[in-house]
Design a protein around this ligand. Structure first.
Ligand code: CA
Length: 228
């Protein structure tokens, strides 16, 4: 197994130490930065497999660090946010963060999020035309969706919403992001569109729509397509 390289950008020393100890004991290689500027420099010097980025940094806004990273860095970024940073967290997800952890958090949650991020860091490439997610098989070239042996008929908008989720499988997608991608900028406040279409997709794609295994709800934030 290859050793994954994680960059932690966090100014609070106890949290940084906790992250380092937890990650190293699982065999990850860890770089640490206590400021946004230092983090950006380290990331450029040796691009990590995942960045764990605190939103509250002394020298720069975490969102600015995220934007600077996203100008060139395509691997997963997990944000650390405090409970009172809900709007900043959602904005960071809109700006291209993959996932978030709310402080205080435990080792178990941290490692689970990290494993998810690493698993999904290889997303659907342009060369892949068939995607398999558990009992679902999606032929992107033929625009066909099967659940088990059954073909599932999706409306054009349902298909567009679903393939947008497939393109970002494993990543937390905000309401705003999905509305913008599927309906365009004009309707981006219309959260109820999204609820209606997600409900309809779940009826068609989930074995039990009340307990979805594919299209997961991220409470107050958006949705995440599980990619297994
Ligand atoms: Ca902080």
């Amino acid at each position: 197994m290859t050793e994954h390289h994680i960059l932690v950008i966090e100014d609070e020393t106890p949290i940084r130490r906790f992250l380092r100890a937890s990650l190293q004991s699982e065999g990850y290689r860890v770089d640490e930065a206590a400021s946004g500027d230092e983090g950006l420099k380290l990331a450029i010097r040796q691009p990590p497999d995942v960045v764990i980025l605190d939103l509250g940094l002394p020298d720069m806004d975490g969102q600015d660090v995220l934007q600077r990273l996203r100008e060139w860095y395509t691997a997963p970024i997990i944000i650390l946010s405090a409970r009172d940073q809900e709007p900043q967290k959602i904005k960071a997800l809109d700006l291209g963060a993959d996932d978030y952890i709310t402080k205080p958090f435990g080792v178990g949650e941290l490692l689970a999020r990290l494993r998810t991020a690493l698993r999904h860091s290889h997303r659907v490439g342009p060369e892949e035309t068939t995607v398999v997610l558990g009992d679902l098989r999606i032929d992107l070239a033929a625009r066909l969706v099967h659940r088990g042996e059954e073909e599932v008929h999706l409306t054009p908008l349902e298909y567009k919403l679903f393939t947008t989720m497939i393109k970002h499988a494993g990543k937390v997608l905000t309401h705003r992001f999905l509305l913008r991608e599927v309906w365009g900028p004009l309707d981006s406040q219309e959260n109820h569109y999204l609820r209606v279409f997600v409900a309809s997709l779940r009826r068609k794609l989930e074995a039990d729509p009340a307990r979805p295994r594919h299209i997961l709800t991220e409470q107050g934030v958006g949705y995440r397509l599980a990619s297994e």
